[in-house]
Design a protein around this ligand. Structure first.
Ligand SMILES: *Cc1c(COP(=O)(O)O)cnc(C)c1O
Length: 392
């Protein structure tokens, strides 16, 4: 039989550290263990009804059954531009400065194909959403990790990137509010990143799917709000987390028109856009009542406070994130990210994500997603308490 060796670009991907966790979880499920999963960054709350109704109406209209336009319906891009103006005070031309995406992951993964030549460097946070690195590798590029440490508020030290690396770099990825650390970026840091990108001729690509998931009155800012940012930056946005629409696959990128045109050219050759009925639903999401954003935040904030409070009582030095639905928890002494996750899964039936799965600098942490009810969080806390494990 022929041997179908996978291409080098697949072999170049980092090992999938979550595979062993998945296997262990399946074993527990088979044993009948009542698993509490804090492992998945996917809202457990439903999409608001007015958005579902907009989809149903649009799906019934034959005008939406054919190929959509590549760059997205102008009405969808206009809704995104209007939403950016009212939410962030950023003005965008819907015709050239907004590009629709089949979920922002699609755009993020394809983006390097438009700007990275083999051997070029892409600056990527560590720990991070794995797609920045995977997209870089698929384009033949080299991801240079910028460590995010607690001492620096989980903001990368841009000036620590060696000059010869910066010289070969094409893209600087940032993601605030941040997955997996829950950190947020002050305006001064965003301004510093814009200046860094301008000085070194880089594209600043900011991934901002959690901009609406914030607490205690905090309002995350768009990087495009920094004066001059549009000359160097694009920002990726998604309906997934904001409107509980992860399954719908609807996102968009905004910012520098020439940069978006590059990504648009890749997409014209690869896909045929978002199903128009989903775009109509997206318009309903962006232009309709925004109440679900406040409702979501209230729910996640209560879960956050319950889990942070209980973990601190157990000695864990965990910070309450001002945004995202992630807690970034230092593991107790004597454990690694992985050994702690395995212990908690095997002995308490709770799924946490090992921080090392997001990059080497994630070692020493686990990520908990606040995507189960307060009752289940209390149950999880009780189970950990019974194990007698204390944080350090
Ligand atoms: C969830 C998430 C996305 C959004 O993904 P979609 O493809 O739009 O569903 C992008 N970036 C990060 C960091 C995320 O956590």
């Amino acid at each position: 039989m022929a041997e179908y060796t996978q291409a080098k670009r697949l072999q170049a991907l980092p090992p999938y550290l979550f595979a062993e966790m998945d296997r262990l979880k399946q074993e527990q499920v088979k044993k009948g263990v009542d698993i509490i999963s804090l492992g998945i960054g996917d809202p457990d709350l439903p999409t608001p009804p007015h958005i579902v109704e907009a989809l149903a109406r649009a799906a019934a209209d034959p005008a939406n059954h054919q190929y959509p336009s590549y760059e997205g319906m102008l009405a969808f891009r206009k809704a995104a531009a209007d939403w950016y103006r009212s939410r962030f005070g950023v003005t965008l031309d819907p015709a050239t400065e907004v590009l629709s995406l089949i979920g922002s992951k699609e755009g993020i993964g394809h983006f390097p194909l438009a700007f990275v030549n083999p051997g070029d460097v892409v600056l990527v946070p560590d720990p991070a959403y794995p797609v920045y690195q995977a997209g870089t590798i698929f384009a033949g590029g080299v991801a240079y990790p910028m460590p995010l440490t607690r001492a620096r508020g989980f903001l990368p030290d841009l000036d620590a990137v060696p000059a010869e690396v910066v010289k070969q770099a094409k893209i600087l990825w940032l993601n605030y509010p941040n997955n997996p650390t829950g950190a947020v970026a002050p305006r001064e840091f965003l301004a510093q990143a814009v200046e860094f990108a301008r000085r070194h001729g880089l594209i600043l690509a900011h991934d901002a799917p959690y901009s609406e998931m914030a607490y205690d009155g905090y309002r995350p800012e768009s990087v495009l709000h920094v004066p001059g940012a549009k000359e160097v930056a694009v920002e990726f946005h998604s309906l997934s987390k904001t409107y509980n629409m992860t399954g719908w696959r609807a996102g968009f990128a905004v910012g520098n028109a020439a940069i978006l045109a590059g990504l648009g050219r890749i997409k014209t050759n690869l896909d045929s856009g978002i199903f128009q009925a989903v775009q109509h639903a997206g318009i309903a999401a962006l232009t309709g009542p925004q109440q679900c954003i406040a409702d979501n935040s209230r729910i996640y904030q209560e879960r956050r406070d319950v889990l942070v409070g209980a973990l601190r009582e157990m000695g864990f030095q965990v910070e309450a994130p001002r945004a995202t639905f992630y807690l970034w928890i230092p593991v107790p002494k004597g454990f690694t990210s992985k050994s702690f996750s395995v212990e908690i899964l095997a002995k308490a039936g709770i799924v946490l994500t090992p921080g090392s799965g997001f990059g080497a600098a994630g070692e020493g942490y686990v990520r908990a997603a606040l995507t189960v009810s307060v009752d289940r969080i209390r149950e999880a806390v009780e189970r950990i308490r019974k194990l007698g494990i204390r944080g350090s």
